[in-house]
Design a protein around this ligand. Structure first.
Ligand code: SAH
Ligand code: SF4
Length: 408
């Protein structure tokens, strides 16, 4: 299998170019085409010599995600269903900043990305695990979810603005030359071999949309550890996705050994634990992973994370009617939150077709929140309607898979 170009770090690219006798600034030029301009084919990289483009084309793939389906309005939560090169389907969810959560109205967006096709962990309430685990996503498939959403946004913006503004490098504004990247001002002998098109200045680099990343889509991120960590380094790098490490949150169902491993990583990402129960009895009922790593083990791993990383833990707590929303769960939950200095995110369950679980009434949700607050635990309750779609990652893919199966 050839390597995909979006799975390489800047250092790896530089080493490759050096081995080919290319100047190292070519790596910066290539990365700009991939992450800032988000082009989808080699021929668009007009400041790279044609021979180099041809060599890249033979040695690497440049895969992009194909948008199969999109749900949601442009100014609200939107769900993207992507087809991978092997036809597997995955989801990403784009969530506009909620002023109530961030304290500021803004154009900030959070993207929720998937890390696996399906999930092997089989939590009883979750759509992602219903059809089991198919495969892990590669580095580039994680990275490309962000790039593809940015690319989609570029296209949306170009519909809104004048046809001259951002149209795949073809329509050029008068003052575009002001925005030329520095690397393009360097000339070498090889520039003689460039396309005539490369002498036309490129339009301004399109702005970025995604500034927060949550690894809460389909799959268990820590079960795809190495590709995920590499993808996050690429998405965090200034020459790559440019997303601050503290703006990245990994959510896990509780893989204790991998949490300890993550604590040793230099990358300062946030960690969210999908707790959903504050006692082994409740967690065992909902999450098979708890039989392998019971609460005591999970909490010790979290303590280790806390020790190494400081205050960066969140507990995700789904509220499911009659299962874990009883006030008897509040005291043990508060005790765990205090012990780990964790914030609690209460998430009203989003019912899944074919599963019996229900969301508690608004009053029951508010009562649970109030009981936590009374115990001085920092907690939020997701009330807004839009995030229903976000909370139910895995459902659009499941629905589409089932529709496709029914039609054949
Ligand atoms: N596997 C990881 C990350 C993906 S799941 C994990 O379990 O943390 C992301 C979050 O969505 C988890 O907190 C999960 O419990 C929650 N979730 C799954 N199905 C849901 C549903 N139907 N309604 C609301 N949240 C759901
Ligand atoms: Fe997998 Fe997370 Fe869904 Fe559990 S909640 S089945 S770990 S994706």
């Amino acid at each position: 299998m050839p390597t995909d170009i979006k799975s390489l770090t800047q250092e790896e690219l530089q080493a490759q170019f050096q081995a080919w006798g290319q100047p190292t600034y070519r790596a910066a030029q290539l990365l700009e085409w991939l992450y800032a301009r988000r082009v989808v084919d080699w021929d668009a990289m007009t400041n790279l010599p044609r021979a180099l483009r041809d060599r890249l084309r033979t040695e690497f793939t440049l895969h992009t995600l194909a948008l199969v389906r999109k749900q949601g309005a442009t100014d609200a939560t939107q769900k993207f269903l992507w087809r991978l090169p092997d036809h597997a389907l995955i989801e990403s969810v784009l969530i506009p900043a909620n002023p109530a959560l961030y304290g500021e109205p803004s154009d900030r967006h959070t993207l929720c990305v998937s890390t696996q096709v399906g999930c092997a962990y089989g939590c009883e309430f979750c759509a992602s695990g219903l059809d089991g685990w198919k495969r892990n996503l590669g580095v580039e498939e994680i990275v490309e979810q962000v790039v593809a959403v940015e690319r989609w946004n570029d296209r949306e913006q170009s519909k809104v603005h004048s046809p001259q503004s951002i149209v795949g490098g073809e329509a050029i504004t008068q003052d575009a030359a002001r925005y030329l990247p520095e690397s393009r001002t360097q000339t070498t002998d090889e520039d003689e071999a460039l396309d005539p098109a490369s002498r036309i200045p490129h339009p301004a680099t399109p702005p970025r949309l995604v500034n927060n990343l949550v690894i809460m889509g389909m799959g268990e991120p820590l079960a795809n550890y190495d590709p995920l960590l590499k993808a996050l380094r690429l998405l965090n790098a200034p020459w790559g996705g440019g997303i601050g490490a503290r703006k990245i949150t990994i959510s896990t169902s509780g893989l204790a050994p991998q949490i300890r491993k993550l604590a040793e990583e230099p990358l300062q990402v946030r960690l969210a634990i999908s707790l959903h129960g504050a006692t082994d009895a409740t967690r065992n009922r909902l999450m098979p992973v708890n039989r392998k790593y019971p609460l005591s083990e999970l909490i010790r791993a979290c303590e280790c994370y806390l020790e190494k990383k400081g205050r960066m833990l969140t507990f995700e707590y789904l509220l499911i009617a009659g299962v874990n929303d009883g006030l008897a769960q509040v005291e043990p939950l508060a005790a765990l939150a205090r012990r780990l200095k964790a914030k609690v995110n209460l998430i009203p369950y989003n019912p899944v077709d074919g599963l019996p679980w229900q969301r508690p009434t608004d009053a029951a949700q508010e009562a649970f929140l109030a009981a936590l607050e009374k115990r001085k635990v920092p907690a939020t309750l997701r009330r807004e309607k839009g995030s229903d779609i976000a909370a139910a990652c895995g459902q659009l893919r499941l629905k589409t898979e089932h529709e496709l199966a029914a039609s054949t």
